[in-house]
Write a protein that binds this ligand. Sequence first.
Ligand code: SF4
Length: 592
Amino acid sequence: MDGYRLVDEALGRVLYIDLRRKTYWVRSRPELFLKFLGGVGVATQLLKEELSPDADPLSPDNVVVLAIGVLTGVYPTASKVVAMFRSPLTGNLGESHAGGRAPVAMRMAGFGAIVIKGASETPIYLSIHDGVVEFKDASALWGVRSSLTIGKVLREREPWPGMRSIMRIGRAGERMVRYASVILETYRHFGRLGLGAVWGSKKLKAVVVGGKRTIPVADVSTYRRFYKELFDEITKSSVMQKYHDLGTPVNVLPLNKIGGLPTRNLTSNSFEGAEEISGEAFAEYSLARRVACAHCPVACIHIAVIRERYPHEKYFYTTRYIGYDYEPIYALGSMLGIKDREGLLRLIEEVDVVGLDAMSTGVALAWTTEAFKKGMLSESDTLLKPEWGDWRTYINMVKHIVNQPNDFYRILASGVEKASKVYGGSEFALTYGGNEMPGYHTGPGAHIGFLIGLRHSHLDNAGYSTDQKYIGKEYPSPQSLIEELVEEEVWRQILSSLVVCFFSRGVYKPSAVSKALEPLGIRLSEEELRKLGMEIYREKLKLKIRLGYRLEELKPPKRVFETPSPFGIIGEEYFNEALQHYREKVLQLLST
Ligand code: SF4
């Protein structure tokens, strides 16, 4: 990359914010963006520089990096921002991606990355606009019941022109529930791995960022031509059409049909209520509208409406809008045996209002229900009687997770892994490297993928999609499966550094990425991109190891081997062989 310069110099600007001293400074780091393209590649380097390996995740020593990439605001669906930090849920590297307006707003504000350090003594929020950072008092916002209200108040208080994003935590973040989320605009989240708790520990209620500027490109006519090609492909592709029509809940029925929909804490692989909570049923009975992340023509975000009658007025109703996606439907729906669509929407709404990660919350409630039924927990622990399908009780349990009225809820607020160590039931505690399970029981690829993925997420390597590809065909050997998963994860480091939405991964193939970079003054062949993906993967792995990641500790929950998948019962021997191959592969990668 030597010899090139960043055409948009502002992208190379990194904003450093010290919450303790209430100061900020900017460093020009174009070399980082030229080498790593942005996002995960850049954030990994910044964390290596700033985060001490012994920093407690909920102490002022933890560091949060937000980063966008060279394609942000330039091409369609380059609409995500990545957050990297030390996760209070796993104790290791945290990585979470979100959309909304934040990525484009950061670029409009003139920063490629924001590094947040230290902690404030009193609640504050940051107002970052046109290169200026203001530290504003958030005492009046701290403790407000709904994260949605915070968004409304800040919209009024920070009325700037241009693109603006409001990222904030709810009460779960304030109370440092280790799977608290950060909510962006109204319907997007940094959901996974507890970024909300980290902000809460820093007394950081919100970050409002925005600006208004033009992004220069090196070659306008090639850019326009290639933009149109990408736009057409994205808007005409059948995959994107399905995300537009039904959104991610389109997956509910197909997964249920193949026996890959985790149900009632994965005691079953299919749900008798799947029809009621399918994408089709939501669209038919509840869909109000669709919205999109900034600079995305797909609009996969589906918003349902619920009406509630005023208690003393016969024909007067209040209407509320609730975003729904596949993952909340799985975690708070099938996983808890809830088929009442409106009840499920109300539970999703409560999780959003308090600012929790839907997936971790659903798995925590599912584990609690099973442990309660098995007598490992009593009503003096749970304070309520959890029962599959009883969404009203689950809403009250969500409130308890946030308020933590007793030891049990204080422990459950630390995650399922911690709770199962204290109360037993680790064999059905569905966590991977400390992170609660995503919604796929599609076969060995999904579970091995969750375990070895560097953020223990289904999005690392899409093992669930590898599984589905092999239904009705010969399944790969453990070695081949690992090779396939790692290869996918390596390529995804490029997508995560450009921070494009993974839903458009079929469009952003190596050849398309190489072409897209050219009008921006960056020349990288497909081969060079793949090599860069491997370098970023290796850098992330090294950072994880520095933070305490131990390959020998990778263990799946026993339940995975008890409930049939679309390939029947998953064999432990197959699983262990694959893990052994992965460990050898990592050692080999680290030695090169
Ligand atoms: S496809 Fe959906 S999640 Fe992805 S950028 Fe577009 S609106 Fe956002």
